[in-house]
Design a binder for this molecule. Structure first.
Ligand code: NDP
Length: 333
């Protein structure tokens, strides 16, 4: 049995991850930590978790094997390093940290300790994205030329907190959504980005100098160019992911989401074909892969290194938006 400690009484754990952990055959949630004792107790009660604690030491001192970190972004580094030091495997939310240098420190610590570190980039687990990756790898669109990612949403009211008010907590749409898009592009294309140019905006929701919209242009090693649009303020945009190649195009709709929904269309000289793909819960699959990795089989669906890549990419996008220049992406791994 893998005994989990939840580090953070968060929305994402309540909405998706508690279920994903409990969906695994040999798995239990042993404890939850919140910085507030009252919130910890209430959260534990609401979610049927036996132990509620309000310090990291108490969480790491309890009988657990792995820690799921879903606190605000500025806390991930310190909490992950402490968990690793205590000999726990770590599944950490994105962005792994506030800087790529800190994320590399986390990866190095886990490696030195022989522990599994995963980044919770859920979209890699989506059947739609895996179907696109397979179609591209098996040559169904010929040589990939360009990609377009549509991931501008409306931030739900219950999440209109630190993301739009607290730069020091790692708020802003780039650390929130661009990291996912950078990771999903890498995964679907099977390619790494070399450089990015970005514009950001504050369209009326985010405060404190934070951005709530971004458009990025990415150049990949193979020569593919990609564009991605991330936002918190567009209510009616819908999401999508397209890859256009010399022999065909993949056009996916409603796939930049937490749910196993959407469609993938392959268009070639032969006509149009809807690709079928599995509809498993993204987070359940993420947890299964993570458990397998703990058992010595394979790797988490997104590794710590993948988290370094996505954060380096987001960091470069922010730097580009500030400087008005294209910025090279080098994860230094
Ligand atoms: P929340 O705002 O729900 O929770 C973050 C922290 O805020 C909690 O750990 C909690 O601190 C504190 N908090 C929660 N509720 C309250 C409250 N009522 N009053 C005061 N403080 C409160 O964050 P999310 O769940 O949206 O995000 C957490 C992490 O997960 C982030 O790193 C985010 O980027 C990531 N994320 C990833 C997603 C994915 O699909 N991969 C999706 C959504 C988020 P404490 O624990 O101390 O009580």
């Amino acid at each position: 049995t893998v005994k989990w400690g939840l580090n953070g009484a968060s929305t994402i754990a309540r909405q998706f991850m508690i279920n994903a952990i409990r969906a695994q055959p040999n798995s239990e949630i042993a404890a939850v930590m919140s910085s507030s004792p009252e919130r910890a107790t209430a959260y534990a009660k609401e979610n049927g978790i036996a132990l509620a604690v309000s310090t990291l030491d108490a969480l790491l001192g309890s009988d657990i094997d792995a820690v799921y970190i879903s606190t605000t972004n500025e806390l991930h580094l310190e909490q992950a390093l402490a968990a690793i030091k205590a000999g726990k495997h770590v599944l950490c939310e994105k962005p792994l940290a506030l800087t790529s240098a800190d994320a590399r420190t986390m990866v190095a610590a886990a490696k030195a300790a022989g522990l599994v570190l995963g980044t919770n980039h859920h979209l890699r687990n989506a059947g739609a994205h895996r179907a696109m990756r397979e179609a591209i790898a098996s040559g169904r669109i010929g040589k990939p030329i360009a990609a377009r990612v549509f991931h501008s949403v409306y931030l739900p009211e219950n999440l209109q907190g630190w993301r739009i008010t607290r730069p020091e907590a790692g708020g802003g749409v780039v650390l929130d959504i661009t990291v996912h898009d950078a990771d999903t592009l890498r995964f679907v294309l099977g390619d790494d980005p070399l450089e990015v140019t970005a514009f950001t905006q504050s369209a009326g929701m985010a405060a404190g100098g934070l951005e709530d919209g971004a458009m990025c242009i990415w150049r990949f090693k193979s020569g593919v160019i990609a564009q991605s649009h991330e936002g918190f303020t567009t209510k009616f945009a819908g999401t999508g992911f397209e890859v256009h190649g010399s022999e065909g195009s993949l056009i996916a709709k409603d796939v930049m989401t937490q749910k196993p929904i959407g469609s993938v269309l392959l268009r070639t000289a032969q006509g149009e074909e809807e690709l079928s793909f599995d509809r498993e819960d993204l987070y359940v699959r993420s947890l299964r892969q993570f458990h397998a990795a703990i058992g010595g089989e394979g790797q988490p669906s997104a590794t710590g290194e993948d988290g370094v890549w996505s954060l380096t990419s987001a960091e470069a996008a922010l730097q580009s938006a500030r400087s008005g220049k294209s910025v090279a992406i080098d994860p230094n791994l």
